[in-house]
Design a protein around this ligand. Structure first.
Ligand SMILES: Cc1ncc(COP(=O)(O)O)c(C=O)c1O
Length: 360
């Protein structure tokens, strides 16, 4: 489609074109029922089918064990920053690794509800490094250890699952469904859906059911995992359209070969851009090589004027939203599941051309 750009936004982000077309085809009349999904009762049989199918696909794709429940919630990952401590601290405290902006916000939010021990703080290295197992300092009496699996702003990613001796909680907002996860190792995983799996408005939580039912008495019912499990995420009106779109995206992921194929593709896409960075005399990658994210590639030239020129020139080629977050400056190229390989190739080619044009 000539009128579509390659959109490297960090989220909301690119969706698979086939999914958008299917949603378009079904928009006015879903499966012959004469209504749009947007117009259905969330208690009706049609939506019940959409909801159940999306949940089943999600569980199948991520191999979610029966010990765990999948919830479709609202409030974004930000609501989970509060819901996690409210439900899981259980009168104790928790340890948090701060490897970027959102894990810092999560730690500060949790500190409202109980003692927070900082297991790692990456400020001194500009959040370019993911701690090794040995660098983690888990506090005594921690009810859980929280980390952010992929740092969207700084472009770093945990390439291992830490073994801390306490239950694990992970924010997977920007890498969910992009790689296989051993879900059984986690007490809880949460993800705002608007990067890899759905439009904005949906948050997915995967919880080990044995951790539900311990919520502090003051927990709002909308944040109480046990209540949400009991109502199959329908304590109140769910984000119906987003759940429908999630189902279509997951159907697409299955057709493409599942999570293992998403993992292969993300490595292929991101290595095209990192290869240019590693051979460049003008661009410098932000993340340390061992901590690099395959979802968000961050880099800069060292000159704000050149960075701005790069961003402008990219847009002229139909490569949009490559400007870095205001906390980092420079550039950020987000390469989520729906980004075609051709998009990564186009940005890598542009980087090489830019370097030649600037005679370095
Ligand atoms: C890793 C991560 N965690 C949390 C958030 C906050 O998510 P939300 O805006 O859905 O509350 C974001 C948003 O970009 C994110 O990238």
């Amino acid at each position: 489609m000539a009128d579509r750009v390659y959109n490297f936004a960090a989220g909301p982000a690119v969706m698979p074109e086939a999914v958008l077309k299917k949603a378009q085809a079904e928009l006015l009349n879903w499966h012959g029922c004469g209504m749009s999904v947007m117009e259905m009762s969330h208690r009706g049989s049609q939506f019940a089918e959409i909801h159940a199918e999306a949940k089943e696909r999600f569980k199948r794709l991520l191999k979610v064990p029966d010990t765990h429940e999948v919830l479709f919630l609202q409030g974004g990952a930000t609501a989970q920053f509060a819901a996690v401590p409210l439900n899981l601290m259980d009168g104790r405290g928790a340890s948090y690794a701060v490897t970027g902006n959102f894990s810092g916000i999560a730690a500060r939010e949790a500190a409202k509800y109980g003692p927070v021990h900082i297991a790692y703080e990456g400020k001194d290295n500009g959040y370019s490094h993911i701690p090794t197992q040995d660098e983690l300092d888990i506090g005594p009496e921690s009810a859980y250890f929280h980390f952010c699996a992929n740092n969207t702003i700084f472009g770093t990613e945990w390439h291992y699952v830490p073994e801390t001796g306490v239950p694990l909680v992970a924010d997977m907002s920007s890498d969910i469904m992009s790689r296989p996860v051993d879900v059984g190792k986690f007490a809880l995983i949460y993800a705002g859906a608007q990067k890899n799996i759905a439009p904005a408005g949906l948050t997915v939580v995967i919880i080990d059911k044995s951790f539900a039912g311990r919520a502090a008495a003051s927990t709002p019912q909308i944040m109480d995992y046990a209540k949400m499990i009991a109502k199959d995420s329908m304590l109140n009106t769910p984000p119906c359209w987003c759940i429908y779109m999630l189902g279509l995206v997951l159907e697409w992921v299955e057709e493409q070969g599942g999570v293992a194929e998403m993992d292969r593709r993300r490595a292929e896409r991101s290595s095209l851009v990192y290869e240019v960075l590693d051979n460049s005399r003008i661009f410098k990658a932000h993340a340390e090589p061992a901590s690099r994210s395959m979802m968000n590639v961050t880099f800069r030239t060292g000159s704000e004027e050149l960075d701005a020129e790069f961003v402008k020139g990219a847009a002229a080629r139909g490569l949009v939203n490559v400007k870095g977050h205001r906390l980092t400056g420079g550039m950020r190229v987000s390469l989520y599941n729906a980004m075609p390989l051709a998009g990564a190739k186009a940005v890598a080619e542009y980087m090489k051309d830019f370097e030649v044009e600037h005679h370095v």
